[in-house]
Design a protein around this ligand. Structure first.
Ligand code: PGA
Length: 250
């Protein structure tokens, strides 16, 4: 059976519309669709329209927002609603990325609001969870990840779970060059999978790993059956390097 894998690029605050368009021209030419593989791009909000347009012919690829606000409209300077993201071509959004949580102070409760707003609009959710180094050293890794998972998925109906993906991203591994070993990552993935199975044994929810994934470590991570894909920041910014990662044999 062909393994289903998700390759998600989180461009963070890089690649405006012009560079995004050049990037996708190059990347898509190098990356033909492959059975079972889904490609996701999370560009900055201002590049969403461009990215969504570039992906229009590719049923294997979708654009998503890096963040949304849960209210449908209003006086929220600097924020983007689900409806606006959708109009700009987003099929979904990241929720609870560690930079949102730890740099911008997003709370567990707010992640729940965001997940519910996205699901109500039939958008896809990539809920990110992960522990800090201090939490890992205190032996709290699974407790923190499962708490963030439960808060993010609070009040989500089993019928909505097929719209959800999870990304396990240990905070200490993001942008640091230090990644979790494949076995360490798989241990947390298995704990997340058990919690998801308790909610609904039938839904297949991809659980991705993120944090300093690159062309040199992607194959070993994806060799773990518990790892259903990767969410990549730094190493997704170069179209040739990202094409190489998306071609990883697993
Ligand atoms: P990184 O970022 O690949 O640069 O560590 C991953 C992420 O933040 O999603």
């Amino acid at each position: 059976m062909i393994r289903r894998l998700v390759f998600a690029a989180n461009w963070k605050m890089h690649l405006g519309p012009g560079p995004a368009s050049d990037y996708l021209g190059r990347f898509l030419a190098a990356t033909p669709p492959r059975d079972g593989r889904t490609l996701l791009f999370f560009p900055p909000a201002a590049s969403l329209l461009t990215v969504a347009a570039a992906l229009q012919e590719r049923s294997d690829a979708r654009a998503g927002a890096q963040n949304i606000h849960w209210e449908p409209k209003g006086a929220f300077t600097g924020e983007m609603s689900v409806g606006i993201a959708q109009e700009a071509g987003a099929a979904g959004a990241l929720v609870g990325h560690s930079e949102r949580r730890h740099v911008f102070g997003e709370t567990d409760q707010q992640t729940g609001f965001k997940v519910r707003a996205l699901l109500a609009a039939a958008m896809d959710v990539m809920l990110c969870v992960g522990e800090t180094l201090a939490e890992r050293e205190a032996g709290l890794t699974e407790e923190v990840c499962l708490r963030q998972l439960a808060a993010g998925l609070a009040d989500v109906a089993p019928t909505q779970l097929p719209q959800v993906m999870i990304a396990y991203e240990p905070v200490w591994a993001i942008g640091t060059g230090r990644n979790a070993t494949p076995v360490d990552a798989a241990t947390v993935h298995n704990a997340i999978r058990s919690a998801l199975t308790e909610r609904d044994a039938t839904a297949h929810i991809p659980v991705l790993y993120g944090g300093s994934v690159n062309a040199g470590n992607a194959a070993a991570l994806l060799a773990q059956p518990a790892i259903d894909g990767v969410l990549v920041g730094g190493a997704s910014l170069d179209p040739d390097g990202w094409a190489q990662i998306c071609a990883t044999e697993a």
